[in-house]
Design a protein around this ligand. Structure first.
Ligand SMILES: O=C(O)CCC(=O)C(=O)O
Ligand SMILES: [Fe+2]
Length: 280
């Protein structure tokens, strides 16, 4: 990663304004090799449940020191593995986040391995924010981001990511029509070609990347992925992080702070909600 201060600032501001950015060349060849070997081994011995066909897979690999927090039995989709430590403590990752001035970063403690097999279908339009009852949903800066490293170069042909810039803050029709992400209703869709969550969108931007680039996106931004039309897997390692602990703005924030945020009670608890609320 070689980001000039001006480039880092431009990427930070793109994340705030558009809901995503890409930092090139973050994972080095050794880390990529380890990630590919891990994924190859896992998918050679594991059959993924049909319900994950649109994501490709949804495997949660947790840092062993943080396994007990979950209070769950391990199974083949969710388990502790030191591989999670290796990726989450990778210095290049920390350096990229520091360059973009992502403050108060707190990793979820797990990697999510999302792997589209050869000829896997597209991923539906969705956003991943789970806290729409909370005024944190109204912040002009992110409070939850995903950091993704793709293990291959991605293109429209093998299922690259797509985003609709600005939809982390601006309501569009999809906010009212999409089923909640990654839950039963959308997973049950059989004829995806005729379902609204899989339609093209006039404001969609394709985000092809190089293997080892780091995609940083606000959990609220609408995104999807193309189908994989190739004979090779398209795998990514995704890491959820809390950032800019609510309700304080980033130290570098100079813009206005919405009233809902200024007057929020930081001790209040809210019921989890994946469906967008009046905060957008
Ligand atoms: O497959 C991708 O590129 C993105 C995956 C994703 O957004 C998800 O599984 O929530
Ligand atoms: Fe997602």
């Amino acid at each position: 990663m070689h980001l000039s201060p001006a480039e880092a600032l431009q990427k930070r501001d793109q994340l705030v304004a558009e809901g995503y950015t890409v930092v090139p060349d973050v994972a080095d060849a050794a880390l990529l090799r380890e990630m590919r070997a891990w994924a190859e081994d896992y998918f050679a011995r594991t059959v993924v449940d049909h319900k994950y066909r649109y994501q490709g897979s949804d495997v949660h690999v947790r840092q062993p020191s943080r396994w007990d927090e979950l209070g769950k039995e391990a199974d083949e989709r969710m388990f502790p593995d030191p591989f999670a430590d290796r990726v989450l403590t990778y210095p290049g990752l920390t350096a990229a986040c520091a360059a973009l001035q992502l403050e108060g970063l707190h990793p979820s403690g797990a990697l999510t391995i999302i792997s589209k097999p050869p000829h896997g279908p597209p991923l539906y339009w969705h956003q991943d924010y789970m806290d729409w009852n909370n005024p944190s949903a109204a912040t002009p800066w992110p409070t939850k981001v995903f950091l993704s490293i793709y293990l291959t170069d991605t293109t429209v042909a093998n299922g690259c990511l797509r985003v609709i810039p600005g939809t982390h803050r601006t309501r569009v029709e999809l906010h009212d029509t999409l089923p909640d992400a990654h839950e039963r209703e959308i997973q049950a869709v059989d004829d995806h070609q005729s379902h609204p969550a899989f339609q093209d969108h006039p404001d969609a931007v394709d985000l092809p990347v190089r293997a080892g680039d780091l995609v940083i996106a606000d959990a609220r931004v609408m995104h999807a992925a193309h189908a994989n039309t190739t004979d090779q897997r398209r795998t990514l390692v995704l890491m959820w992080h809390d950032v800019f602990p609510f309700p304080a703005p980033p130290s570098w924030w100079t813009g206005p702070v919405p009233k809902e945020v200024r007057t929020a009670d930081p001790t209040a608890a809210f019921e989890r909600r994946r469906t967008p609320s009046a905060y957008i």
